[in-house]
Design a protein around this ligand. Structure first.
Ligand code: FA5
Ligand code: MG
Length: 399
């Protein structure tokens, strides 16, 4: 449908998606194997990346153009795979160790003990390989319990890229398969960055105005080796926009590609779109405010977002003695559950342990609406509820 209003889902308590039924938090509140709150539930199925007039859709289409042009339409494209996947797909199939933190209820949204909201599009690598795809792009919404600030949101969008090589492709080069794939991967992504940003500049002391600065950083993923991240300089900071690497042989072997090598990448679409469209806060992608939505149109990459007047933020500090089970992700979820997108940032501003071994944290919560001025009364009410719930749900003692 072309009218964005028709995409909004009605408020319902059970949603069926890709044949999977998922119930809203209040329906299953007593189920300890489900930690999906209403704020997340209400975003399932919205598929921002499939709206041609939305910055994420515009970006997706531009990346498609790059691959279609440079690889003669060889990449198969998927953007409707169900975000509810098995623990096996999300973790085991991409060799995430059994004790890895990302599997915990603190980091991942579980629908039940064997089913999660995918935390990355890599969850689809294995099944697509098994189906015989050798060049593919998978775009979708992904979900993570995470901190709150202008570049992190618990629902965001990724695009996975995957390319399999056969032996003749690297043998002709005289290189070993891994080096060949790593070199090809970086070339592909640098080409993509040039396609998106035009002029590129690799960390250089001399700034060319209008140029985008980027750098490669070595990193670790269980599913690739070697592994890299690409960072772009944005608003006085290095912003990580993607992870990538040469696929572990084990993944290829398990999925019927015994004599091949492959590369894979996972792009953070919001992060790239923030740089391309000059969007200062990740919450804006979810805005229905016409002053946001009307600024973008199909096929128009790089229109610079003109912020409507920025309303003043309001800061509230809160100190408490933590218990062993305290985590920042849990705090963020409580705050978001109450304040929703009115919360801009939650940051730890003080942390100390006293002689008795008790640890105190002080968090600063910044409230700011992107659409209007908040009243003192409204903020005080929010903060009061936050204090109550932090105390009752997180097992901490307010100071
Ligand atoms: C992954 O998710 C890997 N699956 C990527 C990958 C794929 C590596 C294939 C190798 C091969 P990571 O957790 O770093 O990696 O996330 C990838 C990108 O998603 C990040 O670079 C960032 O741009 C974006 N991202 C991560 N967390 C958030 C968040 N909370 N909000 C917005 N964007 C995020
Ligand atoms: Mg990362």
């Amino acid at each position: 449908p072309s009218n964005p209003k028709t995409w909004r889902r009605p408020v319902i308590s059970v949603l069926e998606l890709g044949g999977v039924k998922i119930a809203r938090d209040d329906v299953v509140r007593d189920d300890p194997t489900n930690n999906v709150p209403d704020t997340i539930f209400s975003k399932l199925g919205l598929q921002l990346h499939r709206r041609d007039q939305h910055p994420l859709g515009i970006l997706k289409n531009t990346i498609y153009d790059y691959f279609d042009t440079n690889y003669s339409n060889k990449f198969d494209k998927f953007d409707e795979l169900c975000p509810i996947v098995s623990v096996k797909q999300n973790f085991d199939d991409v060799l995430v160790p059994a004790d890895h933190v990302s599997r915990s209820y603190n980091d991942t949204y579980y629908v039940d003990s064997q089913t999660v909201l995918r935390c990355h599009t890599s969850a689809h690598q294995a099944e697509l390989l098994r189906k015989g795809h050798t060049h593919f792009l998978v775009t979708g919404d992904v979900y993570r319990r995470d901190s709150i600030d202008s570049t992190h949101y618990p629902v965001f969008h990724q695009m996975e890229g995957f390319r399999v090589f056969s032996p003749d492709e690297w043998e002709a080069s005289g290189m070993d398969g891994t080096s060949f794939a790593a070199e090809d991967l970086k070339k592909c992504l640098e080409g993509l960055a040039t396609h998106l940003f035009g002029l590129l500049l690799y960390v250089d002391p001399v700034k060319i105005s209008g140029a985008v600065e980027m750098r490669w950083v070595d990193t670790y993923f269980p599913f690739t080796n070697p592994s890299f991240e690409l960072e772009i300089y944005f608003k006085e900071k290095w912003l990580e926009v993607l992870g990538c690497g040469v696929t572990e042989q084990e993944i290829l072997k398990r999925n019927g590609k015994l004599n091949n090598v492959a590369w894979a990448f996972g792009l953070g679409l919001e992060r790239l779109a923030m740089v391309l469209f000059d969007i200062p806060d990740i919450r804006l992608f979810w805005s229905d405010d016409e002053r946001f939505t009307s600024q973008f149109s199909k096929g128009q990459l790089g229109t610079k977002f003109k912020p409507f007047s920025r309303y003043p933020p309001c800061y509230k500090d809160m100190s408490f003695w933590i218990s062993e089970s305290f985590t920042e992700n849990n705090l963020c979820e409580v705050v978001r559950g109450i304040a929703g997108d009115l919360v801009e940032e939650v940051s730890l501003i003080d942390n100390f342990t006293n002689k008795k071994g008790m640890t105190s944290h002080c968090y600063r919560i910044s409230y700011r609406s992107m659409e209007r001025s908040l009243t003192d009364e409204e903020i005080n009410d929010l903060q009061m509820s936050v204090r109550e719930q932090v105390q009752s749900k997180l097992n901490v003692v307010l100071r």
